[in-house]
Design a protein around this ligand. Structure first.
Ligand code: PNS
Length: 159
């Protein structure tokens, strides 16, 4: 059974993440989405809300699980019997960052391979940062996020 981890801060999960995840489900038997809990970046959404947003955004996908992790990614992969990590690439900046993560993770565990999936052109400019920025200015961000996740976030803001 080919199991892959799809890790990220997911602050929040966007249509860009979903595109990569959908492509990955065609390559692996099971994908475990791993929400990083102790990021050095300031997080906008709580882990509980991130999980709910991902649940809503991925409800049509099969063979996926959603978990949180506050340790090393390679340790999480091993603990979940996964030999693969899947990540998306949008541009040169992503490539530079991911290349160094790749080398570090390989040094930590050479048996875990990271597979990179390039996003389609229409997803190149989608980012969690853009979602957060638009929320801050009370602007429309519905084009960056799945409709049910959009409703959930709108409700959070109003409650
Ligand atoms: O969505 P992001 O912020 O690009 O995700 C980054 C993430 C979560 C994949 C990365 O920070 C990560 O793997 N963190 C876990 C700690 C770890 O294993 N670091 C690698 C060695 S420095």
């Amino acid at each position: 059974m080919k199991i892959a981890i799809f890790p990220g801060s997911f602050d929040p999960f966007t249509k860009g993440h979903l595109e990569i995840l959908k492509k990955a489900t065609n390559l692996f038997d099971k994908i475990i989405i791993c929400i990083l809990e102790n990021s050095s970046k300031t997080q906008n959404f709580s882990s509980e809300n991130k999980l709910e947003i991902i649940k809503l955004s991925t409800k049509e996908l099969k063979n996926i699980e959603i978990k949180t992790n506050d340790g090393l990614l390679v340790d999480f992969a091993k603990a979940n019997n996964a030999n693969f990590i899947v990540k998306g690439l949008r541009n040169q900046t992503d490539f530079e960052y991911e290349n160094s993560m790749y080398q570090i993770n390989k040094k930590l565990d050479e048996n875990i391979e990271t597979i990179y999936i390039i996003c389609n052109d229409e997803y190149r400019n989608i980012s969690s940062t853009a979602v957060r920025e638009l929320i801050k200015f009370d602007a429309d961000f519905s084009f960056l996020i799945e409709p049910c996740a959009y409703k959930f976030i709108k409700n959070l803001k109003e409650s």
